[in-house]
Design a protein around this ligand. Structure first.
Ligand SMILES: O=P(O)(O)OC[C@@]1(O)O[C@H](CO)[C@@H](O)[C@@H]1O
Ligand SMILES: [Mn+2]
Length: 443
């Protein structure tokens, strides 16, 4: 016990709105209330257009959701203490136990918005939104972010078309290449970077505003290359090739819309090129951080791709349905991903999920929030090693594909952070800079 607290003592502080020059402060003060306001507006609009199948109960439910979320916004803006959850979802007990523990550790004071750990509070906000839905009579399946996620897909449709047309040509030619390994390596780099930059397009960073990919991402890769601050893709390529195609690769998904399509392209390339045998996707068990992929979003995306009259889109829409049926693609939606724990806690808090991930030969973590959970959302020195920041989380070799959208990053060279800041003052939060960091350690 003494040894454990010694280690904890050495860890940097949690990111928190108590640091007024931080992104956590800006997020809690400005971005989160804006997200909640947009949800309330959407719920009101929905109430006015609700079909007859939900009847008066449906309208009453939506009125209550809007009231609940407005109250939450007020609690945040007036820095009220966090309160226990009151619904009976399967994870409510865990959330309330966490709150109790944090309260005890804080001299019997519950966490508060402008002084406690940002990661916990931001996750709690999304769980409170879900609470308002769980308490409904007839609208329990309602996703308050559904419309914005679907619109993000529609407004990226041209970029999706171009990308999938390119993928179609790629997979058709993969066998025919004369210098197979060389071209495969280049294509691997390409699809890894497509999936990486797909992460620029989340709806939470833009506070729910349309943040679609409107241009061709492939044309932008060359130009964006210098903005990849850490690029371990050669090590990943070498590692994957030691597995001789028999491997299972897991992708811990982030956002729906264009980003999801880029992840599916990477998965398809890995299978078609024989670099992996199966791909396991991990999505969210409830709506999360505005744009994260739920099971409904995943099916919706495949259905919409299949239903278009664009050849490449409909072909992949159908092929990917088949991949789910033949189990070369497997989908998981574990509750752990929508709890406020960082990943170092997975081994003790979600034993089964940890064991499942340990079956992978490589785990790809997408996006900013997964990165924050990998590194514990702590205020690390930018030159700290990625391995140290993982604090013992090594279920399998893992890689993070992340556009920087919050002020924590590790693994940089001495002076690299300062140099980047000179070029771009908001480099840590504007999504224009990225990392591909790999850790091959396993325990
Ligand atoms: O995980 P994602 O989709 O890449 O990003 C989520 C995000 O927009 O939300 C948080 C701030 O509200 C940050 O971690 C990040 O900016
Ligand atoms: Mn996200």
């Amino acid at each position: 016990m003494a040894a454990e607290s010694e280690v904890q003592k050495k860890l940097p502080a949690s990111l928190s709105a108590k640091f007024q020059d931080s992104f956590a402060y800006l997020t809690i003060k400005d971005r989160m209330p804006v997200i909640l306001t947009k949800v309330v507006d959407f719920v009101h609009r929905k109430k006015n257009n609700l079909g007859p199948e939900f009847g008066e109960d449906g309208a009453e439910d939506l009125k209550n959701i809007a009231g609940h979320i407005s109250k939450l916004r007020y609690e945040i803006q007036t820095d009220k203490p966090v309160v226990p959850l009151e619904d009976d979802r399967s994870d409510t007990i865990i959330w309330n136990q966490i709150l109790e523990k944090l309260t005890n550790e804080n001299g019997n004071e519950p966490p508060k918005w402008f002084s406690s750990a940002w990661l916990y509070l931001e996750c709690y906000m999304y769980r409170r939104i879900q609470e308002s839905v769980e308490l409904c009579k007839v609208m329990q399946d309602f996703d308050v972010f559904e419309e914005s996620k679907n619109n993000a897909f529609y407004s990226s449709e041209l970029a999706i078309q171009t990308l999938l047309t390119n993928l179609l040509v790629t997979v058709d030619n993969i066998e025919k290449e004369s210098d197979k390994k060389l071209s495969e390596n280049l294509l691997f780099q390409q699809f890894l970077q497509v999936s990486l930059w797909g992460n620029k397009c989340d709806l939470s960073i833009s506070a729910g505003m349309d943040n679609a990919q409107t241009s061709c991402i492939l044309d932008q890769l060359q130009f964006l290359k210098d903005n990849i601050l850490i690029n371990d893709s050669s090590q990943i390529w070498n590692y994957i090739n030691t597995k001789k195609g028999g491997s299972r690769i897991d992708i811990v998904l982030d956002n729906a819309g264009f980003e999801l399509v880029t992840d599916l392209c990477l998965a398809e390339f890995l299978l078609s090129a024989g670099l992996a045998k199966s791909i396991h996707f991990h999505g969210k068990a409830m709506p999360w951080f505005v744009s994260d992929v739920t099971s409904t979003d995943f099916s919706w995306t495949l259905k919409n791709l299949s239903a278009t009259n664009n050849l490449a889109m409909s072909k992949f829409g159908r092929l990917w349905q088949d991949r789910i049926e033949d189990k070369s693609w497997v989908l998981h939606f574990d509750t752990f991903w929508t709890l406020p724990f960082d990943f170092a806690k997975m081994k003790s808090e979600a034993v089964e999920l940890y064991k499942e991930l340990a079956k992978a030969d490589l785990i790809i973590f997408k996006g900013d929030l997964n990165y924050r959970k990998l590194v514990g959302d702590l205020n690390w020195n930018t030159t700290e090693t990625f391995e140290t920041s993982l604090r013992g989380f090594h279920p399998a070799p893992l890689v993070t594909l992340r556009a920087l959208k919050s002020d924590v990053v590790v693994g940089l060279k001495e002076g690299q952070g300062e140099e980047t800041k000179e070029k771009d003052q908001s480099w840590m939060v504007n999504g224009n800079w990225a990392v591909i960091s790999f850790c091959d350690k396993t325990i």
